[in-house]
Design a protein around this ligand. Structure first.
Ligand code: FES
Ligand SMILES: [Fe+2]
Length: 350
């Protein structure tokens, strides 16, 4: 028997579709205003906008009149108005007004697709499936929680989403980030998996320990960091990813696969203040002030990690496009589980 796991670089793995019957993240809440914004989720162009009550809507980004992008238009009341001839569409995707409709003409019956969309925990979650959603978005309970400081970094990579997920689940790549001191000496201990998720349990060494409020400065000053052992758990909760390093850090990666060769994702890093017990006695407004003032504390670290990871992931994609027959040699069995889950999620669609 070979020492290598049967991980595949086969044509279908890197051209695998997505299971649309999940909630994907298409934007940050702050990106969607009353000015429409165009996003792409798995080759579907979608126009997002906020109506006059602040409610988010998601319509197919295509004016049925002449097929131009509705996201170039504007919001008028609760309707989206096309930039070209000013036809308007309501939140159900129905044509609601044509400015030059003659008295003897009827509104054209040209409904466009609308998508279920939710605004939750700082992000816009969209359900691209044809069925009625029977599950809830993953959610980020730490986003509003006063004991967690958030940092957000955006990943835009020219690669299939499987490369990103495999990168995130393979903690042996701490080697790549040595200069940023993220984690070290990961060793895979155990894997749990079912039809929806893969949980890989590693042990590792962490550089950070947040036991005093000033420990946050470890994020800025490397000299304050000390290596110490911590459990490192990474989970692929289809289609997103979550990780915890000891008690102090939690990271989410929320995916928006764009196409077979492009993936957008939001990486959200939370630093926990739970160990700082005195904080809990402070007035709420002050705790909110601390949380808001420290927003982005891990920005340099997070952005640095993203740049390094994206370079590797894009090189993998390029190598695949140049020669898709070349096989990889993989020693991490967590990646076999991850590929199995990605495939089964798509295959179950029939
Ligand atoms: S193309 Fe949209 S109104 Fe004409
Ligand atoms: Fe990484």
């Amino acid at each position: 028997m070979s020492a290598f796991s049967p991980i595949v670089q086969s044509r279908d793995m890197r051209q695998l579709g997505i299971n649309p019957n999940h909630w994907y993240v298409v934007a940050r809440s702050s990106e969607v205003t009353s000015k429409p914004v165009g996003v792409v989720l798995w080759k579907q162009a979608i126009a997002l906008y906020r109506d006059s009550e602040g409610q988010i809507h998601a319509l197919e980004d295509r004016c049925p009149h002449r097929q131009v992008k509705l996201s170039h238009g504007q919001v008028v009341g609760n309707e989206l108005e096309c930039a070209y001839h000013g036809w308007r569409f309501n939140s159900l995707g129905e044509c609601a007004a044509v400015p030059y409709l003659a008295a003897n003409q009827k509104l054209p019956n040209c409904t466009i697709r609308r998508y279920p969309v939710k605004e939750q925990d700082g992000f816009i979650w969209l359900f691209p499936g044809d069925v009625k959603p029977s599950i809830e978005p993953l959610g980020l309970p730490e986003w509003e929680h006063l004991n967690y400081i958030a940092t957000v970094s955006v990943i835009n990579c020219n690669a299939h989403y499987s490369y990103l997920i495999e990168n995130l689940m393979d903690m042996y790549h701490g080697h790549l980030h040595q200069d940023l001191q993220a984690w070290a000496e990961a060793v895979l201990q155990d894997i749990d998996e079912d039809d929806h998720r893969v949980d890989a349990h590693y042990t590792a060494q962490s550089y950070y320990k947040i036991d005093k409020i000033w420990s946050i400065s470890q994020l800025f000053f490397p000299a304050l960091r000390r290596l110490h052992p911590e459990p490192l758990d990474v989970s692929y909760v289809y289609p997103h990813w979550v990780s915890t390093l000891g008690k102090d850090f939690k990271i989410y990666c929320l995916l928006c696969p764009v196409s077979e060769t492009q993936t957008k994702a939001y990486l959200i890093h939370f630093t926990s203040l739970n160990a700082f017990w005195r904080l809990h006695k402070l007035p709420m407004w002050f705790r909110r002030f601390i949380k808001d003032s420290l927003f982005g504390a891990a920005q340099k670290l997070l952005d640095g990690l993203v740049v390094q990871d994206v370079q590797m992931i894009e090189e993998e994609q390029q190598a695949y496009l140049q020669n898709c027959e070349r096989r990889n040699y993989e020693l991490n069995r967590a990646l076999v589980s991850v590929q199995r889950l990605m495939r089964s999620q798509v295959e179950r669609l029939g």
